[in-house]
Ligand binder design. Sequence first.
Ligand SMILES: [Zn+2]
Length: 128
Amino acid sequence: MQNLIHYTLHLIFPALIAYVFFRKEWKKAYFILLCTLLIDIDHLFANPIFAANRCSIGFHPLHSLYIIPVYIGLLFFKKPLRIVAIGLLFHLFTDFIDCLFIFSKCKACVANNVLANFIHNILEFFGF
Ligand SMILES: [Zn+2]
């Protein structure tokens, strides 16, 4: 189920985004959106490259919390950079949903993850 959601969001949903927001050139937009999957190249620097219970956000360099403002900044540029930004941010959103699945099954994964700690600190700050 988790995998089905993951790959639907990574591969099929971008086609919808392209068609809804860039209808005149949706094929080109879809292609650019698919290219943003390349940020997963940063997984190659991790050891092991694949770990089922690892939340990629806050772990891999191109998925770090510090790079998210850069992706948001790209939104303010013209196409095709804007499409790239949408793809990257949507990619992180997809991975984030994955992280929620992981955290719900694995308490130790929560303690080890920067994103989870970040959310925890914010909730604590506001008194939750
Ligand atoms: Zn990813």
